[in-house]
Design a protein around this ligand. Structure first.
Ligand SMILES: *Cc1c(COP(=O)(O)O)cnc(C)c1O
Length: 432
């Protein structure tokens, strides 16, 4: 293991802190949960990412999920080069928007209509507005540890960022907003039933990450998503699957295809933008027909449907539609899973590993993780030591115990096996 030098990253971080709050444009990037300085990135290619000090890493952050094909995929780069020459934004409809909408609707049969936005936050915020407009009700149910972007009213028990910083609610969110958000434990059908039986008349929607990626990787217990579907249907509550992370990730058709549940509305982001800023929300025709200008629920965006973003999305989804792609992701992810579980056992470290397709998390705990409270039993200090050990060995993990890791199509057995070897050494070290 050669010693790495982080001098340029350090200098840039000092400079950034005088200009940008905390030196970063999104909080989890700041390495606060693990200590140390964030890496400033120079470039990335395939499964590798390179910092400004010239260090290379095998990357399992993948821009927090979008880069499922690997970084700077030739197909995306060449399509974007062509697109940029035609102009970068028109503020008028293009055929590209039809193409991406067709690809999304074909993959998600629960959606009859889809609207493009610029981020996952916009997608969930808008979907909830539509659900409220549709039902004429104000309250929403979300689950502890689920993150649905940073809109007011959704920043209640909202996963990794909030967990890391110990801020279950953010200052600046009016109490009156948060009052309309009911928060329940994930995977707990009984408490859900109780609340719905009592309050369904005022509940517009339930929004859920069908696999919770924002407290690591928490899988739905058998029957939980089914119960959500049954109870919402019975009481006219809109069921929103926030598949911003899981969409095109846990399968081509997302968690709804993987678990065989049909939500009323779906939010997408991350992978559908192929690394450019894209979000989308959609659902049943009778619900989506309320969206402006077809209906009265207002939602708009100067750069929505941006031609570069649409191009990256289209090419990503086309590449993902090729036969064998998800089989390959599954195979690679299973290889990593097996290796990491084995490494933890050999190193004598208590760990629980969870995975849905190509998203996963290793929790340093001996307890089953099935919700926010059980995720919190993980040893974050050990994670910080493990994280630093992996970084020194050239593996880039998300800088928090409560984030999912991601596999891309660019990772090969060579990098996966070197990751497992690094993990064994870093785990040994962390046990000291
Ligand atoms: C990332 C994420 C969001 C927010 O998306 P942004 O593009 O960061 O606004 C919303 N929901 C889930 C499930 C996410 O993982």
């Amino acid at each position: 293991m050669k010693n790495k030098n982080f001098n340029v990253s350090r200098r840039l971080f000092r400079q950034a802190k005088d200009l940008i709050p905390g030196g970063v444009n999104s909080p989890v990037r700041a390495f606060k949960a693990v200590g140390g300085n964030p890496l400033f990135i120079d470039k990335a290619k395939g499964c590798k990412i390179y910092d400004v000090d010239g260090n290379a890493y095998v990357d399992y952050v993948l821009s927090w999920g979008p880069m499922i094909l690997g970084h700077a995929h030739p197909r995306i780069v060449s399509a974007l080069k062509k697109a940029v020459m035609r102009g970068t934004s028109f503020g008028a409809p293009t055929a590209l928007e039809i193409e991406l909408a067709e690809l999304v609707l074909a993959a998600y049969p629960s959606m009859d209509r889809v609207r493009m936005v610029n981020s996952g936050t916009e997608a969930t915020m808008s979907a909830i507005r539509v659900a409220r407009g549709y039902t004429g009700r104000d309250k929403i149910i979300k689950f502890e540890g689920c993150y649905h972007g940073h809109a007011d009213g959704l920043l209640v028990k909202a996963g990794s960022g909030a967990m890391t910083f110990g801020l279950p609610d953010s200052p600046g969110v009016p109490k009156s907003y948060a009052r309309n958000t009911i928060t329940l434990p994930f995977n707990d059908i009984l408490s859900l039933k109780k609340v719905i039986d009592g309050e369904w008349r005022s509940i517009a929607c339930i929004i859920v990450e069908p696999v919770v990626g924002n407290i690591g990787c928490v899988l739905p217990r058998p029957g939980f998503l089914e119960a959500l579907r049954k109870l919402t249907k019975k009481h006219g509550i809109v069921l929103i699957f926030d598949e911003v992370m899981t969409g095109f990730r846990v399968s081509f058709g997302g968690a709804q295809a993987r678990y065989g549940i049909t939500p009323d509305m779906t939010c997408l982001g991350k992978v559908i933008g192929g690394g450019l800023p894209v979000g989308a929300y959609g659902g049943r025709k009778d619900i989506m027909s309320l969206v402006s200008p077809e209906g009265p629920v207002y939602q708009a965006g100067t750069l929505s449907g941006n031609p570069l973003a649409m191009t990256a999305g289209i090419e990503t989804l086309r590449e993902l539609s090729r036969p064998g792609i998800y089989r390959k992701l599954e195979r690679n992810s299973a290889r990593l899973e097996k290796g990491l579980i084995d490494a933890a056992r050999r190193a004598g470290v208590a760990a629980k590993f969870y995975r849905a397709g190509s998203m996963f998390c290793t929790y340093f705990t001996d307890q089953e993780v099935f919700d926010y409270a059980s995720a919190k039993t993980a040893d974050t200090k050990r994670f910080a030591r493990f994280f630093a050990g992996m970084l020194r060995r050239g593996v880039n993990l998300a800088p928090s115990q409560f984030e999912a890791g991601f596999m891309s199509l660019a990772h090969t057995d060579k990098e996966i096996d070197s990751t497992i070897k690094a993990a064994y050494e870093a785990l040994k070290e962390s046990a000291k």
